[in-house]
Design a protein around this ligand. Sequence first.
Ligand SMILES: *Cc1c(COP(=O)(O)O)cnc(C)c1O
Ligand SMILES: [Zn+2]
Length: 392
Amino acid sequence: MPYLACTGCGKKYPLERHLRCGDCGEPLEVRYEALTPPARIEEEPCFIARNANIFPFPDFRPELSLGEGATPLLEAVHLAEETGIAEIYLKNETVNPTWSFKDRGTSLGIQAALQFGLTRVGTVSSGNMAASLAAFAARAGLEAYVYVAGDIPEGKIAPIAIYGPRLSRGIGDYGRLYYNALALGEKRGIYFISSDNPFRVEGQKTVAYEIFDQLDYEPLDFIILPVSSGGNMAAVIKGCEEMEELGLIKKAPLVIGVQAAGCSPIARAVAEGREKVEPFPNPATIAHAIANPFPPSGNRILRKVREGRADVITVTDEEIIAAQAFLAQKEGLFVQPAGAAPVAAIRKLAAAGRLKPEHRIAAILTGSGLKDTGALAHHHLEVVSVPVDELG
Ligand SMILES: *Cc1c(COP(=O)(O)O)cnc(C)c1O
Ligand SMILES: [Zn+2]
């Protein structure tokens, strides 16, 4: 039987709705007594059915899937040319049902809520998770309670509201909103499927399995992705460790998390050799999706860095904007600023000589550019006016 275990102290819990350890406060994760590999993408198109072997429940409702996962893995032809690295792959998560990787985690989180017999689900989000949760809850017929940051732009609210959740703006500190919402959830019977909910992490680990499936289990040196709460990075590391255990790959790649310099609590703790993440003062970055100043899975990522499984670095907003333009104008992929951060990191690490021509790298493009059209103001996009009669 699968069970939950604390990622900090190892304490075991039954497979129920616990989210964090009662003893040390660290996030819980799902553990399995025995795992078997998932089906290959080409064998089984349905996300839930394909991954049933690496998910913790005996039965599922696959009809609640919205077609998440099985996203393309593209070769970054121009980025490879620019950096001199022969093999760089881009996992295009922008084509998920609500245009970000969050759909993988929400999909399994909703299945967990149904297993537990719950009718109310909730999340705290700066945007993408809110839309994802609201969409999957709508399809499953569950009530969705969504709390967004007080300062998220009007244009990002309506695309969440359209799915019909109970939507509130949390005025005040966004880092604290997460913990206070959990407390509210306990009182009101709302199951929070937030950033590092153990079942969200199980759903999101599938991106690592898919990357290797698409590479026919050929080795990778690095997987690079943006990191905010740490939930998705923990999921990718977990997926790689499981594949190592299953013998699908010989050695897990080093997972490199990328933060914006203006909000980099985990990278700072790594650089200072700390065991605990501190709240980042006055966060400021255009990459809103990675702007959590007090990441709930920060300490867990620090433990993985100490185990030699991970690293966390920063890029500046200027580097992110340049990478966003590069991806659109050279690779034909329009991603939101957070999604461009790993490409900014590859360019930076290659220029610094930390990436070598023979390295094999996959970058996860986490969310669509259309999710944050405000960022377009940072580019000099030219449109000329021509009198129609003068054409031809
Ligand atoms: C949520 C999100 C992230 C950060 O993921 P965490 O699990 O919070 O670390 C990165 N990019 C995009 C586009 C996101 O929506
Ligand atoms: Zn614990």
